[in-house]
Design a protein around this ligand. Structure first.
Ligand code: FES
Ligand SMILES: [Fe+2]
Length: 428
């Protein structure tokens, strides 16, 4: 049986409320299908507008098979292109970040304008038509300081994402913030294990002593249901909404993204060892009350985020192989906050440095155990791991039909004839 048929069969026979069969976390062909059906087709978080402060500022990232460059052009528009030269295909920008007047391929110096047009290609002859060899565009949208890209030919409609995210994110003014520091951790685990770990706090009490000083373990905080039944959460929503901050939990109809503003523990206003602010200057000039808890945003499969009164955290998930995922964390502060005066990097990053390292270890151990032929899907805790169930159901509902719909899936040509999909509908 080929991988596509095998995945379909496993989707059809899996038990809901349990972790996925082993191949979903280990198999290189299943990983290829994840790239083709999900990462090569969905909107993915790339970075922040404020990282591309000036014309010519760029960042690069790998999206499955595709190297991508995101750049602010001469008119201030943020654009994305495939980072592959139209001459013989070299990557044009190798650095993860930089600034350039024009994009010059290092191989033979074909030179591109920041809007992707090919300006110059040496000695290509009088008939050479530069207009036919511009950089290939990648879909690119920016919403409230978040840049999303999509490498598919036809991207899903971004309008619903924009409409959902804007009111929740805009008050935090992240487009005008600055990244105080960013760190990347390579986790030797499948990207779905990274997400499953993120979507529950069942593991927090023992594993995250620093984080649980301020972050509640309650499933109604981490999950996608139950907030309104938690009096503390409901009170928090009421108070924040009255102050003009959209706060109630909102999940997109397909379960791909969620926003919710959650209270922190006791008097905590930030993820620090004391619960006090890590940054003296508020993150946003529009949000001056510190008791706003944390605005949580996830958008599968590429990002989860926390927006606090004094800083914000973004996390970017990049699958690098069936058993390897890169996680990039960025700490954002007010653009005028000064290191050494308004904040110390050590205090700002201490809790999430520790948490990321603890999660790396957890995920790697999870992967090592799942690699065993003795592994079999185990039951999720009904309440504590409701968020994990929600993620897994989102994944299965998305990938199942795409495995069948071969016409819209570029790349691997595997034969799925004769396989009938009997996907279970999700429970949220
Ligand atoms: S490959 Fe880019 S100029 Fe030759
Ligand atoms: Fe964790």
């Amino acid at each position: 049986m080929d991988a596509r048929s095998e995945m379909l069969a496993l989707l059809g026979s899996r038990k809901q409320g349990r972790s996925l069969p082993r191949a979903f976390y280990t198999d290189p062909d299943f990983y290829r299908l994840d790239l083709e059906c999900i990462f090569h087709r969905e909107w993915l978080f790339a970075g922040h507008d404020c990282e591309l402060a000036k014309s010519g500022s760029y960042l690069t990232l790998q999206v499955g098979d595709y190297p991508v460059i995101v750049v602010r052009d001469g008119k201030g528009t943020i654009r994305a292109f495939h980072n592959t030269c139209r001459h013989r295909g070299s990557r044009i920008c190798a650095a993860e970040k930089g600034k350039a007047v024009r994009l010059v391929c290092p191989y033979h110096q074909w030179t591109y304008e920041l809007d992707g047009r090919l300006l110059f290609a040496r000695d290509m002859g009088a008939d050479f038509d530069t207009s036919a060899f511009g950089l290939k565009p990648v879909h690119c949208e920016s919403v409230a300081g978040y840049i999303f890209i999509c490498v598919a030919q036809a991207a899903p409609d971004f309008a619903p994402v924009r409409a959902h995210l804007t009111p929740y994110l805009a008050p935090h003014r992240l487009a005008e913030a600055k990244v105080a520091v960013e760190k990347t951790v390579v986790q030797k685990g499948n990207w779905k294990l990274v997400w499953e770990n993120n979507r529950e706090c069942y593991h927090c009490r023992i594993n995250h002593p620093e984080l649980i000083r301020s972050y509640p373990e309650a499933p109604s905080v981490t999950g996608t249901t139950g907030g309104e039944e938690n009096p503390e959460v409901a009170e928090h929503w009421h108070r924040c909404e009255a102050a003009g901050l959209p706060s109630t939990l909102r999940l997109s109809p397909d379960g791909q993204y969620r926003t919710a503003r959650m209270p922190l523990l006791r008097d905590a206003v930030s993820y620090t060892m004391t619960g006090k602010a890590a940054v003296r200057r508020p993150l946003s000039d529009s949000v001056l009350t510190p008791q706003i808890g944390t605005m949580l945003l996830f958008h599968y499969p590429s990002t989860w985020n926390h927006m606090l009164g004094d800083h914000a955290l973004s996390f970017r998930v990049q699958p690098m192989g069936p058993r390897e995922t890169r996680l990039t964390t960025k700490w954002l502060v007010h653009k005028d906050a000064t290191e050494g005066i308004d904040y110390s990097l050590e205090e700002l990053t201490k809790v999430w440095d520790a948490t990321n390292e603890q999660d790396r270890r957890i995920i790697e151990e999870n992967q090592l155990g799942v690699n065993s032929p003795a592994y079999e899907p185990g039951p999720y805790a009904p309440e504590h791991e409701q968020g994990v169930t929600q993620f897994v159901e989102w994944y299965c509902r998305l990938i199942g039909p795409r495995l069948v719909d071969r016409s819209r899936t570029a790349g691997t040509e595997r034969d799925a004839r004769g396989v009938h999909l009997s996907l279970k509908t999700g429970s949220r």
